[in-house]
Design a binder for this molecule. Sequence first.
Ligand SMILES: Cc1cc2nc3c(=O)[nH]c(=O)nc-3n(C[C@H](O)[C@H](O)[C@H](O)COP(=O)(O)OP(=O)(O)OC[C@H]3O[C@@H](n4cnc5c(N)ncnc54)[C@H](O)[C@@H]3O)c2cc1C
Length: 373
Amino acid sequence: MDRAVTSDCLVIGGGIIGLSLAYELAGRGLSVTVLEQGDWGGQASVAAAGILGPLQEFDQPGPLFDLGLASLALYPEWVAELREVTGIDPQLVLDGILRVAMDEREQAAFWERYGWQQAKGCQVQWLENSQLKRMEPNLSGDAKAAIYSPAEGHVNSRMLLKALTAACQIRGVRLESGVVATAPVLRGQRVIGVESSVGMYQAEHTIIAAGAWTGLIGRWLSLTLPIRPVRGQVAAVSSEEIPLKRVIFGTNGYIVPKKDGRVIVGATEDEAGFRLGVTLAGLARVLQGVRLYVPALGQAAFLDAWSGLRPATADGLPLLGPLPGWEGIAVASGHFRNGILLSPVTAKRMADYLTQNDLEPLRPFLPARFCEE
Ligand SMILES: Cc1cc2nc3c(=O)[nH]c(=O)nc-3n(C[C@H](O)[C@H](O)[C@H](O)COP(=O)(O)OP(=O)(O)OC[C@H]3O[C@@H](n4cnc5c(N)ncnc54)[C@H](O)[C@@H]3O)c2cc1C
């Protein structure tokens, strides 16, 4: 590259978060460049099971729970727009999730969960064993009870990434894959871009959306951003002879029937550093967990297995917003198990900050909470 590429916004990382943000920013009239060291969405994002389940994933009311609900509410319109713009269908399905209790202890804990979710006005129903069997005949007869949340569901992460990448192209986002961001370009306390494996990129705003690698990039600026990789292993089996209607979720794993004939089962949480890969022990744990809910899964035809590195933060909340002590640089990362769910709301709120300086909705998630001097 002979001279620096200059844009209004430079996004480091082309996963679901970087692409969603780039699409949103370009829609607001900004010029945007995204740098991705590998393939678009090729890391954690493509590995995801695609569950959209704030009521399952967040164990207490609070800012993250509210963020999840807000993002779920954005999904139908967002996906419809992506489908319309690109002709690619992200296969959004919102026909409910069953959170299944397998013993009395879980039943008591889920009853409590049902209580606070109901008090928050969420759409939830309590189902007893007899009702469960009628809803999902393949469910184990040992299931005690379940919380049914009819408005949650799932999306096909691969198709969503394809649609987003195409939509970014259509909106004129400059997509540069195979490019590694290597160092910041500084003017005093302002970040004015990055050096990369192919040359310099300059921008008014640089946004780190580098998933599990975000902590490494923080070090460029001598900042400790507590984001670490937590590996997840999942498998896909054929849905033939296991015609499940909806997502089954529980303490021991999840089962996601996809529109394309696969059932995705998961997932492990491994502390394995940046090491990807599927292990037999990991697969055995997944199968052991999900068979409790649907015993027939043990006989399902195996199709595929893969892993990905979830970006986990020290306190479980994502890092969204400006980096303290520096100008021109922000972060959008640390979505751990819920980056697919949280992508539309992250894009919207980060874009509100970058275009209107609206920081208020990001308060609970500001990186400053880890960077006090
Ligand atoms: C097995 C598994 C199942 C999951 N299931 C779900 C689910 O059901 N629902 C849900 O909502 N979420 C799920 N998740 C979580 C979700 O996948 C993540 O939260 C989300 O993908 C994070 O997106 P991201 O864009 O931050 O990270 P990534 O997708 O990892 O993207 C970050 C990108 O940054 C790039 N990058 C890093 N450093 C540099 C650099 N220096 N220069 C250039 N590029 C760089 C990387 O190559 C990478 O592509 C799951 C995750 C896993 C692993």
